[in-house]
Ligand binder design. Sequence first.
Ligand code: AVI
Length: 313
Amino acid sequence: MTDTTFAKDIHKGLTAPLKHISSKYFYDDIGSGIFQDIMKMPEYYPTACEFEILSLQGCRIIERLGFDKPFNIVEFGAGDGIKTRQLLKQLVEIGANFTYVPIDISKKAIEELVSGMLKHLPKIKINPMIGNYFSMMEELSHTSVPALYLFLGGNIGNYEANEVNNLLKDFRGSMKKGDKLLTGFDLQKNPATIRCAYDDPKGITKSFNINLLHRINRELGGNFKTNQFDFYSHYNPLNGEVRSYLISLVPQNVFVKENQQSYSFERNEVIWTELSKKYTLREIENAAENNGFTVMEHFMDCKAFFTDSLWEV
Ligand code: AVI
């Protein structure tokens, strides 16, 4: 079935002066599968770092919540839930009275997450919500139950600075006094480490990007010849930004049936596909303060590559 928003965004992005496809379109079923492979790559450190934080420091995070009555743990975009499970397991062990509320736009993703979670933690209370984050948050903000909101995995790094502020302001607007937000931020580190994570020797990240073109072919009737595109990723240590691109190797025209439109590419013309921002602790603190939060604690892995930063309102 055609997704018309997708068709419109592709048209807008491929007719812009700097061609662009939003990284949110990486995650169809095939792209989500490739992302699972990325998370298993030895070069892609964020997953292992956050797993370590939640496994080894979960108790300390729980202590800092200070909730003395039943509470919700609300998670945005939980993925496969393996990392979150480390935290929930520790809550179950201490007999905490909580309900896990995973939110995702995809029914399939939620169903898989819930069955995986119940397989490992059969006694846990789960109240899954399918839909857009903000309408779900709006709904939750009307309850008097305190909440810990989780925005893990470094997803915040995929948003531009103005989008980060809008997102945090929206979170803040739906949170009650005493609610907490735990956000995963990838930290600035040796640029060579970051470069390898986003341009791996096996080309898995390249196929993650090329899948965007396959997806346009599959869903919008495009005729991209994907072997005529290369992948390029660049980390700028001065601003902490990884930016990734597809490069047209030859001058070419690509027709997209759904849009009844041909798009022309010059040789070496780029399509920008992703931002993945790496933060300093100071930048994280500024983001919190500028959007009405107070930083309680940064929970970092032993290499200080990644932080789950706990904020309160
Ligand atoms: C989902 N997101 C946090 C990943 C990241 O690290 O920015 C997506 C990704 N892109 C390339 N590798 C992984």
